[in-house]
Design a binder for this molecule. Structure first.
Ligand code: FES
Length: 323
């Protein structure tokens, strides 16, 4: 949701507490006002999935695992309508009350007990019934897509020195795939020398020993960075690799103090999926930036990180009380 809109179900905080089957271990996480109205805030957890806190127009607060049961989409970035959050990746509709997917889709995401007292949000990390089902292996519509979601959560991102044979091979494939898309003067993908520039930080994504993709950040000014070299290995397409990397780059840029993050991509159909992904994360078309010039083969997009940070879409910092 453009950190925008999450409008949880009518399940009240108190009813959540009452329906919890676990002995709640309550943790104070924030104030209701820290969560944007009809928006979400992400709680990061070490050693566990992030949790998305949603706030309704009537100030009810709900907590869901921030991972779509379909293919791991970031629910905190979804669109809320009524009592449903719509996943930004493939538009599954999930109940904010119990995490269940709306028909015809089948699946369930874990929910967590929440209560609100004097404007303070308390969260219990005890299992809800939904999570108890999923963790005990009860079939909640588990399918190959659930396996993919698990695979997405196992992906590891690390800074890369651009020396490994897998990375170099994927970079060659990346540059080769660009050749047919536009004339040379309209292609801005960085080659190996370009990626080794000190202004670039390059990350690779790994699924165990297998390279799943890569991405990079380019320092432009103290306040402005550029996304470069987003690539998913063919073996890992549609497993959430690009979303995970993009989220990582936004968080990294935010942590480094940039206020704006921009990118150039192609205007052709070949790049449509990429443009959709960027739009999902809040990037909007913009004029050419930096040394770019107007080019019918290029689309420029930008994201106001400061604005995003203020509504906490991409807040990389854990809230107090959570580890
Ligand atoms: S609908 Fe959520 S990941 Fe596909």
């Amino acid at each position: 949701m453009s950190a925008s809109s999450a409008s949880p179900s009518s399940m009240s905080a108190s009813s959540t507490l009452a329906s919890s089957t676990a002995a709640p271990d309550w943790v104070e996480v924030c104030r209701v006002d820290d969560i944007p109205v009809l928006g979400a805030r992400v709680l990061e957890r070490e050693g566990g999935d992030n949790i998305a806190l949603f706030r309704t127009a009537s100030d009810k607060v709900f907590a869901l695992r921030d991972r779509c049961p379909h293919k791991g989409g970031p629910l905190s970035q979804g669109i809320v309508a009524g009592e449903t959050v719509t996943c930004p990746l493939h538009s599954w509709n999930l109940s904010l009350e119990n995490g269940e997917a709306r028909a015809p889709d089948v699946g369930c995401v874990a929910t967590y007990p929440v209560r609100v007292e004097d404007g303070v949000v308390w969260l219990s990390l005890g299992l809800t019934s939904a999570e108890a089902h999923t963790s005990s292996g009860v079939d909640r519509g588990r399918s190959s897509s659930d396996s993919l979601a698990s695979a997405e959560s196992d992906l590891v991102i690390r800074i890369d020195n651009l020396e490994g044979p897998e990375v170099l091979a994927l970079l060659r494939e990346h540059l080769g795939s660009m050749e047919h898309t536009a004339p040379a003067e309209s292609r801005h993908a960085l080659d190996l020398a370009g990626l080794r520039d000190p202004a670039i930080t390059f990350w690779s994504v790994w699924d165990g020993p297998a390279l799943a993709g890569f991405g990079a950040l380019k320092h432009m000014t103290e306040s402005h960075a550029e996304i470069k070299s987003m690539r998913t290995a063919t073996s890992h397409l549609r497993r959430g690799v690009a979303s995970k990397m993009l989220r990582h780059l936004i968080q990294e840029a935010t942590a480094r103090g940039y206020s704006r993050l921009s990118l150039e991509t192609g205007s052709m159909e070949f790049f449509e999926a990429a443009r959709r992904l960027y739009a999902t994360f809040g990037f909007a078309p913009c004029p050419p930036f930096g040394n770019y010039r107007p080019d019918p083969n290029s689309v420029f997009m930008t994201l106001d990180i400061a604005g995003s940070a203020s509504d906490d879409s991409f807040d990389p910092k854990p809230l107090r009380g959570l580890t």
